[in-house]
Design a protein around this ligand. Sequence first.
Ligand code: FEO
Length: 400
Amino acid sequence: MAIFKAVKVSESVYWVGAIDWNIREFHGYTTHHGSTYNAYLILADKPTLIDTVKAPFKSELLERISSVINPKDIAYIVSNHTEMDHSGCLSEIIQAVQPEKVFASVMGAKALKQHFTLPQEIIPLKTGDELSLGNKTLAFTETRMLHWPDSMFSYLKEERLLFSQDGFGMHLASEERFADELDKGVLDYEFATYFANILLPYTNLITALLDKIKSAGPAIDIIAPDHGPIWRRDLTLILDKYRTWSEQKPTRKAVVLYDTMWHSTERMARAVEEGLHEGGAQVKVMSMAAVHRSDIAYEILDAGALVVGSPTLNNNIFPTMADVLTYLKGLRPKNLVGAAFGSYGWSGESASQLQDILKEMKVEIVTEPVKSQYVPNEGVLAQCHDLGLKVANRLKEVAV
Ligand code: FEO
């Protein structure tokens, strides 16, 4: 018995994707609430499939398509994004459907060939190209590096519906297909977490894209991303959130991030926390023993300061700190101030190494690192408190 059904999104568009309740790891990002791989079917004169799903979910996709149309009636397939959570079963779907034509962006056509042996040529599309589906029209915009070189938006003109691939998406598994049907707290958290972990490195491109959307006028009624729920209300709010996160104007929020071996660095972190608080900063203290790197990325998204601490282990920072700072460096957060601290036994490199990493991340260093040999004494804790106070005072000057 077929159990999976398509869900109507608009006059001619159906959601035919898959729900992945169990995924918790997405290339380094912990997906607390699972995800969906969204694919869409346009029931036009030339029935068209927008994207596919991750390979293990191929049957779910085909079943949902079959609930409204014979899959062999699909004329066109458009691949908006090559990453394998959306193209993993493309080859098998092409074989099953045998469409007249398959399309992707210029970069997508190249990238798909580098991923798969496909049974059909991919027709490249560039910005400004349009595809007639008979009674409907798709218009295309290449969105290179948002977030892969191949990424592309497809816009269904007659229904003012934007297929935005990963853009405006989130990792959130649910039976509800529309954002306005979901708990707002969970929605806000997952929307921001997705932006922080996937899109943060590309904020300059996002700002330019938002300007382009704005200058085109109010031409979008529905945003249908490749993950999570579909947006059909408050689109201005959604676009405004993307703009705010892209600008990353500094706030009075400080993230204190540390790991500890025998609680010495932890005691230093708590003293830094008190100094920050006394200086009027909003503080979030995060121990690598308790949180995941993607949760830290979420907190950094609206922070103005990053203060980091680590013990010295074998002349280096703690491995967990190297992990998270490598991750954060790749995400390229902007407009942060910060400082470093750390405890040690005999060599004591960690705090200086942390400061060097902050500099590589273009974090403005507010004050020199504080170091503690073995267990911090009252004097060292006072230095940590002062470090926090100085960072808080700098935030007062730069925060908007
Ligand atoms: Fe959802 Fe970039 O893949």
